[in-house]
Design a protein around this ligand. Sequence first.
Ligand code: HEM
Length: 399
Amino acid sequence: MTNTPTTLEVPVAEWFDPQSAMRDPYPQFERLRALGPVVNAPVVNRVFLTTHAAVAEAEHRPEIFSSYSETNLTMVRSLGGRPMLRKDDPSHAAERSAINPTLRPRAVTQVWSPRFEANVERWIGHLLEVGPADADLNRDFAAPLASQNLIDLLGFPADVAVEDMRRWSTSYIAGIGNLLDDPEIWRRADQSQAEVNAVLDELLPRLRTEPNESITSHLLQVGLSEEIVRANVQLTISGGMNEPQHMITNLVWALSMHPDQRATVLAGEVNWGDVFEETARWQSPIGMVPREVAIDTEIQGTFLPAGTNVGLLLASANRDTSIFSDADRFDVHRTARGHLAFGSGVHMCAGRWAAKDAIAEHALPRLYERIPGIDLAPDRSPSWDGWVFRGITELPITW
Ligand code: HEM
């Protein structure tokens, strides 16, 4: 006789409500953590890992907490192929190592920084033209800037419009979250795939003869199949625009909600890099990432059978008070080191240095230099949306 359990026996949060999490997930995350590090949420068919220790442990056991699934296929369906983020090593590593060289800090500074700076100048000009009466920081600055930066990083032709990049990214993200199989969401993702593939039909042959520093070129240079190159370009479109856009608006919103801290930052007493990390911790653009248990295992003293769908609650881990004191408080003076907003382990965000450079070295410092009085518009409210991918969809501002 053995005491080893063979079925899932964990606290159940039958009250977990995705609809109210869309408005504000943090109160429910707190309740989940109070139940324990491993909690079943039947309504989303997932076992959540809620604490920093649980998420970090799963991230560092990727052979057990697998990114490969034969059943959870919304990302593969949305992007029209299986990208590195839905593979395990060694096939994941072959694709990931192709893009690392052009996204490391040195390449970011040498190659991408000057372009990020030029793009910021252009879109601050646009924001000033829209004017303080009806400016929306997301529509008029964050979204087009993040889109243009990504067009450059991917090496897409100059005639690709920022509106197209934004639409592609948004439709892929909607597809990745399309658990209810809404046909209209698939239609938009398919349309985006067709448009991106048409760009790649022209771009890939050119990059074969004239390689450059772009992510697309790096994927080609290591000899990956065209199918894999395309899947990873689509992956980069899905994550490389949406999250940086949200980080820009989250940062301005967080500083506006804490004017005393904003004054300290603008006086140069805290560097923008630390503000970026604290904002990523406090309002994480990616709230949850999925994994599947490959073989029967135990985590944080809890048995999980093979095949369990797991959700790593990055945003909840980032509010864990055993790691971050007074974790619900935005505090630019704390060290947010160790936060999990970019994941951890082998799938840790490939674009984190590019995002940090674009936002903390260029977008935010320049925005406050050129428009020092920037603040939330008192007569128009911001809109937040999402808990798996979470951000501000409209941020009315004035100055
Ligand atoms: C602030 C902005 C960003 C945030 C918060 C963010 C967040 C994340 C997270 C949490 C993951 C891991 C997902 C998982 O483990 O399932 C990830 C992976 C990834 N991100 Fe980002 N990301 C950001 C910006 C970017 C940018 C700008 C790019 C590209 C230029 C990018 C490219 C990628 C890629 C390619 C992966 C997959 C890595 C792999 O599977 O090894 N991200 N990102």
